[in-house]
Design a protein around this ligand. Sequence first.
Ligand SMILES: NC(=O)N[C@@H](O)C(=O)O
Ligand code: NI
Length: 174
Amino acid sequence: MRTLKIEPLTKEAFAPFGDVIETEGSDYFMINNGSTRRYHKLATVETAQPDDQAIISIFAADALEMPLVIRMLERHPQGSQAFIPLLGNPFLVVVAPLGDAPVPGNVRAFRSNGRQGVNYHRGVWHHPVLTIEKRDEFLVVDRSGSGNNCDEHFFTEDDQLLLDPHRDSGQATD
Ligand SMILES: NC(=O)N[C@@H](O)C(=O)O
Ligand code: NI
Protein backbone atom coordinates (compact mmCIF):
# COMPACT_ATOMS: atom_id res chain seq x y z
CA MET A 1 0.00 0.00 0.00
CA ARG A 2 1.41 3.41 -0.96
CA THR A 3 2.19 5.68 2.00
CA LEU A 4 1.33 9.25 1.17
CA LYS A 5 4.12 11.78 1.48
CA ILE A 6 2.82 14.57 3.71
CA GLU A 7 3.83 17.86 2.13
CA PRO A 8 3.96 21.27 3.81
CA LEU A 9 0.89 23.30 2.84
CA THR A 10 1.76 26.18 0.52
CA LYS A 11 -0.41 28.31 -1.78
CA GLU A 12 1.57 27.16 -4.79
CA ALA A 13 1.49 23.44 -4.04
CA PHE A 14 -2.20 23.52 -3.11
CA ALA A 15 -3.26 25.64 -6.12
CA PRO A 16 -4.66 22.68 -8.16
CA PHE A 17 -7.03 21.90 -5.27
CA GLY A 18 -8.00 25.26 -3.85
CA ASP A 19 -6.83 28.17 -1.74
CA VAL A 20 -4.70 28.40 1.39
CA ILE A 21 -6.23 30.85 3.86
CA GLU A 22 -3.36 32.39 5.81
CA THR A 23 -1.79 35.75 6.64
CA GLU A 24 1.77 34.57 6.00
CA GLY A 25 2.81 35.66 2.51
CA SER A 26 -0.63 37.15 1.77
CA ASP A 27 -1.32 40.69 0.61
CA TYR A 28 -3.24 43.06 2.86
CA PHE A 29 -4.31 46.68 3.12
CA MET A 30 -4.84 48.79 6.21
CA ILE A 31 -8.34 49.61 7.46
CA ASN A 32 -9.92 50.97 10.64
CA ASN A 33 -7.73 54.06 10.69
CA GLY A 34 -4.56 52.02 10.43
CA SER A 35 -5.28 49.66 13.33
CA THR A 36 -6.21 46.61 11.26
CA ARG A 37 -4.71 44.69 8.34
CA ARG A 38 -7.37 43.35 5.95
CA TYR A 39 -6.15 40.21 4.20
CA HIS A 40 -8.77 40.68 1.54
CA LYS A 41 -10.51 37.93 -0.48
CA LEU A 42 -8.12 35.11 0.32
CA ALA A 43 -10.71 32.77 -1.17
CA THR A 44 -14.20 32.91 -2.63
CA VAL A 45 -17.23 30.76 -1.80
CA GLU A 46 -18.53 28.87 -4.82
CA THR A 47 -22.20 27.90 -5.07
CA ALA A 48 -24.18 26.45 -7.97
CA GLN A 49 -27.84 27.50 -7.92
CA PRO A 50 -29.59 30.89 -7.56
CA ASP A 51 -31.18 29.92 -4.21
CA ASP A 52 -27.97 28.52 -2.73
CA GLN A 53 -26.58 30.04 0.43
CA ALA A 54 -23.02 30.29 1.66
CA ILE A 55 -23.16 29.17 5.29
CA ILE A 56 -20.79 29.18 8.25
CA SER A 57 -20.59 26.19 10.61
CA ILE A 58 -18.24 24.84 13.27
CA PHE A 59 -16.97 21.25 13.05
CA ALA A 60 -15.78 19.73 16.32
CA ALA A 61 -13.77 16.80 14.96
CA ASP A 62 -12.39 13.78 16.80
CA ALA A 63 -9.11 12.29 15.62
CA LEU A 64 -9.24 9.14 13.52
CA GLU A 65 -6.77 6.44 14.51
CA MET A 66 -3.45 6.91 12.75
CA PRO A 67 -1.91 5.53 10.61
CA LEU A 68 -5.13 5.80 8.60
CA VAL A 69 -6.02 3.77 5.54
CA ILE A 70 -7.51 6.19 3.03
CA ARG A 71 -10.43 4.15 1.78
CA MET A 72 -12.49 6.94 0.26
CA LEU A 73 -12.57 10.53 -0.87
CA GLU A 74 -15.56 12.80 -1.37
CA ARG A 75 -16.34 15.91 -3.41
CA HIS A 76 -18.96 18.66 -3.35
CA PRO A 77 -20.16 19.17 -6.92
CA GLN A 78 -22.25 22.22 -6.09
CA GLY A 79 -19.90 24.29 -4.04
CA SER A 80 -16.59 24.97 -2.37
CA GLN A 81 -15.78 24.04 1.22
CA ALA A 82 -13.37 25.87 3.52
CA PHE A 83 -11.87 24.65 6.81
CA ILE A 84 -10.25 27.23 9.09
CA PRO A 85 -8.64 25.88 12.29
CA LEU A 86 -10.03 27.64 15.37
CA LEU A 87 -7.55 26.37 17.95
CA GLY A 88 -4.29 26.84 16.07
CA ASN A 89 -3.53 23.13 15.77
CA PRO A 90 -1.83 21.59 12.72
CA PHE A 91 -4.14 19.32 10.73
CA LEU A 92 -3.95 17.12 7.65
CA VAL A 93 -5.53 17.44 4.24
CA VAL A 94 -5.79 14.67 1.64
CA VAL A 95 -6.89 15.72 -1.85
CA ALA A 96 -7.08 14.65 -5.49
CA PRO A 97 -7.68 16.70 -8.62
CA LEU A 98 -11.05 17.29 -10.28
CA GLY A 99 -12.34 14.42 -12.35
CA ASP A 100 -15.07 11.76 -12.55
CA ALA A 101 -13.18 9.78 -9.92
CA PRO A 102 -10.02 10.38 -7.90
CA VAL A 103 -6.93 8.83 -9.48
CA PRO A 104 -5.01 7.02 -6.72
CA GLY A 105 -1.64 8.06 -8.13
CA ASN A 106 -2.70 11.72 -7.99
CA VAL A 107 -3.77 11.73 -4.35
CA ARG A 108 -1.68 14.13 -2.25
CA ALA A 109 -1.45 14.89 1.45
CA PHE A 110 -0.61 18.21 3.08
CA ARG A 111 -0.04 19.42 6.63
CA SER A 112 -1.38 22.78 7.78
CA ASN A 113 0.75 24.54 10.38
CA GLY A 114 -2.40 25.41 12.29
CA ARG A 115 -2.35 29.01 11.09
CA GLN A 116 -3.49 27.95 7.65
CA GLY A 117 -6.97 27.07 6.48
CA VAL A 118 -7.94 25.50 3.16
CA ASN A 119 -10.74 26.21 0.71
CA TYR A 120 -11.48 23.19 -1.50
CA HIS A 121 -12.71 24.38 -4.87
CA ARG A 122 -16.01 23.01 -6.14
CA GLY A 123 -15.66 19.35 -7.12
CA VAL A 124 -12.16 18.79 -5.70
CA TRP A 125 -11.83 15.34 -4.16
CA HIS A 126 -10.87 15.37 -0.48
CA HIS A 127 -10.97 13.23 2.62
CA PRO A 128 -13.39 14.34 5.35
CA VAL A 129 -11.76 16.55 7.93
CA LEU A 130 -8.61 15.04 9.45
CA THR A 131 -7.45 16.33 12.83
CA ILE A 132 -4.16 15.34 14.44
CA GLU A 133 -5.36 16.43 17.88
CA LYS A 134 -7.70 14.20 19.89
CA ARG A 135 -10.43 16.80 19.34
CA ASP A 136 -10.14 19.91 17.19
CA GLU A 137 -12.47 22.65 15.98
CA PHE A 138 -12.80 24.24 12.55
CA LEU A 139 -14.82 27.08 11.13
CA VAL A 140 -16.36 25.71 7.94
CA VAL A 141 -17.72 27.85 5.11
CA ASP A 142 -19.58 25.93 2.43
CA ARG A 143 -22.75 25.74 0.34
CA SER A 144 -26.29 24.98 1.46
CA GLY A 145 -29.01 24.33 -1.08
CA SER A 146 -31.12 21.76 -2.88
CA GLY A 147 -29.90 18.59 -4.52
CA ASN A 148 -26.97 16.34 -3.83
CA ASN A 149 -23.75 18.08 -2.84
CA CYS A 150 -21.63 15.15 -1.72
CA ASP A 151 -20.29 12.40 -3.98
CA GLU A 152 -18.23 9.65 -2.36
CA HIS A 153 -15.68 7.43 -4.09
CA PHE A 154 -14.45 4.26 -2.41
CA PHE A 155 -11.11 2.90 -3.58
CA THR A 156 -10.60 -0.75 -4.37
CA GLU A 157 -8.40 -2.46 -1.80
CA ASP A 158 -5.43 -2.31 -4.21
CA ASP A 159 -5.83 1.45 -4.59
CA GLN A 160 -6.13 2.32 -0.93
CA LEU A 161 -3.45 4.59 0.52
CA LEU A 162 -1.82 4.97 3.91
CA LEU A 163 -1.63 8.25 5.83
CA ASP A 164 0.91 8.17 8.64
CA PRO A 165 1.71 11.51 10.28
CA HIS A 166 4.17 9.85 12.64
CA ARG A 167 6.34 8.59 9.80
CA ASP A 168 9.12 10.70 8.40
CA SER A 169 7.79 11.99 5.09
CA GLY A 170 11.12 11.27 3.53
CA GLN A 171 10.40 7.57 3.93
CA ALA A 172 7.03 7.84 2.22
CA THR A 173 6.75 6.26 -1.17
CA ASP A 174 5.63 8.56 -3.91
N1 LIG B 1 -20.06 16.10 5.55
C1 LIG B 1 -19.51 17.25 5.80
O1 LIG B 1 -20.15 18.26 5.90
N2 LIG B 1 -18.13 17.26 5.95
C2 LIG B 1 -17.30 16.83 4.88
O2 LIG B 1 -17.72 17.48 3.70
C3 LIG B 1 -15.85 17.14 5.15
O3 LIG B 1 -15.12 17.50 4.17
O4 LIG B 1 -15.44 16.97 6.31
NI1 NI C 1 -16.16 17.88 2.44
